[in-house]
Design a protein. Sequence first.
Length: 259
Amino acid sequence: MRTPMVVANWKMHGRLAEARELAQAVRDGLKRPRGVEVAICPPFTALAAVAEVLAGSPLMLGAQNCHWEESGAFTGEVSPAMLAELGCRLVVLGHSERRHISRETDEEISRKVAAALRHRLQPVLCVGETAEERRQGLTFTVVEGQLRAGLAGLPAEDLVRCTIAYEPVWAIGTGLTATPSQAAEVHGYLRGLLSELGSKESAQAVRILYGGSVKPDNAGLFSQEPEIDGALVGGASLQAASFITIAKKSAAKSGASKE
Ligand code: 13P
């Protein structure tokens, strides 16, 4: 029912020549990905160039953020309509770097999720606890708050158009990962909440990705967990060979989907 998905989040990396080169190498290494969907999210400035590189390939283009309005006096912002026009199919929203560095609130993130859906962009809603919150036993409380707030007000039929990414903040860029079973526990909890927000069937259709120091040598372990439907990859997506390996290791065995 759920085909795994692997998303490259390049963050603020990739000037034009590098972005083209990296996208070409990933495209050439994943000509016909089997049992996995693959997306690349470059910085805004490289979206058009990467769109050209990916034209005609099964790899999807995504963005790392968007505003909730269509247009207007919002200096420095980019609207979902602008992203859709460039060929973006998805948009990462509520990433912890935006929550913590840019002080994005749950309310803003929820407006962005709704706006993305209005423009047929698949939101990849990120949730995750800090090290301190985990230490205090607040992991489930934090991710529940972020999930409920991020999806607030969405009609049940829109839930299935969203992807969730569980990214524990302490695992991002640190080389520390949640163990596959720690991640699976949170994914299971999130799926339970999705059932409450929509239905059991819709919750089963929503992909929940894991992110946080996913590398070629641990990707296979995560993909063995039935509750983990792929990866949101930061640092390791900047090397074509690493990202290609992660995508291949995240593929459902024999091209089958996860139930
Ligand atoms: P790293 O893979 O570099 O830990 O980053 C994860 C992340 O933030 C992806 O969105």
